[in-house]
Design a protein around this ligand. Structure first.
Ligand code: PEP
Length: 256
């Protein structure tokens, strides 16, 4: 088991939730809870809460991430935010290619790749999401789908840059549905992702990559999921919106 070669990270994905006062309250509640964690702690918040989150988490072990980033540096891209705009306010992580963005906002592997490379060039740490649809799992092509996403999403990402990439394995059928992959299913695909990275780069580098599981992870199922040898924490939606629940996940990943 090579778990000591990489950091387990619990990253919250707040999605389109929390006004500024609500964000402040949640972060203040989270600070003393997160303090005890030995795993990495990240909260990915809506654009309107980024500055608040950066300000409130200064001097703590909580890192702040955005939920998306555009790949161009600047220009006529109404409604978009560049990587430099994120780093200039102190953001360190960014979720890229979340299935909700792929499903509702036309995100493709090509744009995921462009965003990932732009984020890395600006010094951000991308959390790149991959995962199969239920139909694809039922057709027994999960590994094909995941291998294709990994190859396309990381195209032209150097071995050096890969050290700053976090991969989140998020089976689409498990996100926000209350259906969790079993610990065996999560382990199987996370191990497959690591093996794919080892082929594309090297075993040494693949062993150092943080590969999270995401999909209805909650206080009840977290310990078993994060104890798997290739599961290095999680990307958490619903359970990241309550400090106590998030705290249980942090404890699980700290012990996992
Ligand atoms: C997510 O949004 O990445 C996610 C995993 O959501 P949930 O935990 O609510 O399934």
């Amino acid at each position: 088991m090579n778990k000591e070669l990489r950091q387990a990270i619990i990253a919250g994905n707040w999605k389109m939730n929390k006004t500024r006062p609500e964000a402040r309250a949640l972060i203040e509640e989270l600070k003393p809870i997160a303090e005890k964690a030995t795993c990495g702690v990240v909260i990915c918040v809506p654009f309107t809460n980024l500055e608040t989150a950066v300000e409130l988490t200064k001097g703590t072990n909580i890192k702040v991430g955005a939920e998306n980033v555009h790949f161009e540096k600047s220009g006529a891209f109404t409604g978009e935010i560049s990587a430099d705009m994120l780093t200039e306010i102190g953001v360190e992580y960014v979720i890229i290619g979340h299935s909700e963005r792929r499903q509702y906002f036309g995100e493709t592997d090509e744009t995921v790749n462009k965003r990932t490379r732009a984020a890395l060039a600006a010094g951000l740490k991308p959390i790149v999401c991959v995962g199969e649809l239920l139909w694809e799992r039922e057709c027994n092509i999960t590994e094909e789908v995941i291998a294709r996403q990994i190859k396309l999403d990381l195209f032209d990402v150097s071995e050096e840059d890969l050290k700053n990439v976090v991969i989140a394995y998020e089976p689409v059928w498990a996100i926000g549905t209350g259906k969790t992959a079993t610990a065996e299913q999560a382990q199987e695909v996370c191990a497959f992702i690591r093996a794919t990275l080892a082929k594309l780069y090297s075993k040494e580098t693949a062993d150092a990559v943080t590969i999270q599981y995401g999909g209805s992870m909650n206080p009840k199922n977290a310990a078993e999921l994060v104890a798997q040898p290739d599961v290095d924490g999680g990307l958490i939606g619903g359970a990241s919106l309550k400090a106590a629940d998030f705290g249980v996940l942090l404890e699980a990943a700290s012990n996992g």
